[in-house]
Design a protein around this ligand. Sequence first.
Ligand SMILES: [Zn+2]
Length: 485
Amino acid sequence: MVVSCLPIIAICGTTGVGKSKLAVELALHVNHSCRNAGWRCAKVINADAMQVYQGLDILTNKVPETERQGIPHLLMGFKKPGEQYVVGEWVQDTINLIDDMHKNNELPIVVGGTSYWMQHLIFPNRLVAKESSVSSSKNTIWSESLERCIASLPPELVALLYNLPDEAPSAKLHPDQAFRLHKLLSALDPTMSQRWHWKDTRKVLRSLEILKECGRLPSSIIAEQAASNAQGSQPRFRTLCFWLYANPSSLTNRLDSRVDEMISHGLLDEVVNLRELAKSGSRTDSEERSSTSDYTVGIYQSIGFREFCNYLDAPSEAAYKEAMERMKISTRQYAKRQISWIRNKLIPVINAANIDETIIPLYLLDATTLGNAWMENVQVPAAEIQDAFLEGHRLPDPRMLSENAFKLLSVSNKVVDPTSILQSRKRRICPACTVQSDRPVMIEEGSEWNTHVKTRSHRRMAAKSLPQADHHNNSECQSKEIYSS
Ligand SMILES: [Zn+2]
């Protein structure tokens, strides 16, 4: 994949932190500054999965026309409310727009809170592996090796494979079921099974489901993803990334009062209108739809929509309060998920790409305090960094921008390669502590294991079973022995 040397600016961060405001300011800066490296103008491209839809402008927090200050906002409000629009489509549409803009000497500023859209735009080659695992589970086509393996299974495990439980059994209440699931996974994909304790029934079941959905070993799917991740660590465009951040306590207050503001700006009318539209749409649509619209796709998934629908169905003061409270809680949870995505997914891949030299500069801008501080902490530094980036000048150390930047960008380079995670976090059975072969004691290798063998209970068990006493020094995994007994 050839990396384009043409630039884009990417702004990510949680909901309600001021991303759209910053995007407009940076675009205006390009339009009016003489230090714009020859760019004619800048345009904003929306990367918010809910703002691509028409309607619910207040609920989805679209930047009002008056605040756009004449800056065009693309891929915003152009899809019908119930239409599906998935990450792959958005990435393709955005790449096309960016290419057109570059030809016209226009600078693309991509802004939005849907972090995985942003990540897939910045890094190519990361969608393939994911899509291949979404195939239907009804008629699995097994890989050849897996088919052979299944043929050699005892009948009760084959039966279990074809009738996986809908929900993971509790290891406490149903240890037999839990252990059987792990035994099945261990027979089919030993590498994967060593990653989970047999008591981690949800993870064990999920691995088995993936195996059935894809007809392949989860561990080999992970290995393939790791390979494509390594390829994908080169960004598609020369990207300058801003992460707009506010301390959680300050953000929570802002998010709460934003919900109150939305109400006063007419959020309820919006919900009423959209419901009407959904009803009339379902009658005129040629595609057959039930009289109640499908609220699980498109804009109907917006935080707050369902909550206020419940209120409108049976209005009362209590229902209203409940809707408000729920919307506030969901908004806070969404903001939390956004931050954890940035920290645990986006930053590690950016760090991986920056390992030898800075390919994707990432700057955290501290928007904890609003008012005058915004200018000082966000607007001015962002514009300066953007200028330097566009002119190809040396950029400042991102960690030196603020205390939060130092704290949040200095995270040690986590292991991002999934295969090495699989290998490094392998569990092994402690033969000394295992009294019942179908309830093995499993400990993660490394520090957990080292701590375990020093515990009094382990040493006591090890002393009791003297013939096995040296087993804990043996690094071979014992699972085969135990499962074959
Ligand atoms: Zn032990």
